[in-house]
Design a protein around this ligand. Sequence first.
Ligand SMILES: C[S@@+](CC[C@H](N)C(=O)[O-])C[C@H]1O[C@@H](n2cnc3c(N)ncnc32)[C@H](O)[C@@H]1O
Length: 246
Amino acid sequence: MTNEFYDPGSERVAKVNRLFTRIARRYDLLNDIQSFGLHRLWKRRVVEMTRANPGTHALDVCCGTGDIAFALSHRGAGTVGLDFNQSMLQVAEHRKSTSLFAPTQGRESETPVFLLGDAQQLPFAENRFDIVTVGYGLRNLRHWQGGLREMARVARPAGRLLVLDFGKPDNPIWRAIYFGYLRLFVPLLGLAFCGSASAYAYILESLRHYPAQNGVADEMRRLGLKNVQIHNLLGGVMSINYGEKQ
Ligand SMILES: C[S@@+](CC[C@H](N)C(=O)[O-])C[C@H]1O[C@@H](n2cnc3c(N)ncnc32)[C@H](O)[C@@H]1O
């Protein structure tokens, strides 16, 4: 069965963009429901691993509504959040004015700058950022390896790259249970809250075509990153890939 939003070919970019326009307004709510709030912990873990602090420069690619970008800037990093979907960025901009993320007076650098742009062609010179993160983004790119290469290009020597995404557990029973959850329950949530089951069936479809934690680690090594690590969460259901530019 083909998915309305998944296309391995030239339509991929347009379809993914359409998908996020469709779900932008409900995206945060659905994240909380489908992960039982756990995505907040996983993102917090990513941000801790960045070791962001005042004086560091961070880029969050495929930033969506800004969870990781806000958390990075909360730790004092000058942060840019980049995404190619205007609707997701509108939600991110709106969140700047909510009390939790309201800019601290006189400390402008603690508010992320949100930028419309393509993860596959980052609009930055090389060696620019101490930290480059991506959460649930690489899997959506037409060429995820190209996206990772771009992240490495704009990172400074010794800069940290972190990739958070759905994983593929090694344990076959656990993997079957989790894929069943993505196949049956998550699309129902999409239908109930966004009026589209296929928008959320897309997660499993895109994951099938993505090599997840092991493939990303291999590619990090191929790109010459050092100290490459895989941090599995919930038995590999989610994972964080970590690497440092030489
Ligand atoms: C699943 S959301 C993740 C949002 C956020 N990082 C989070 O963890 O909640 C994926 C995001 O990737 C963005 N995206 C997909 N392809 C992109 C591309 N080629 N360039 C920039 N952003 C892209 C989408 O617009 C969407 O906001």
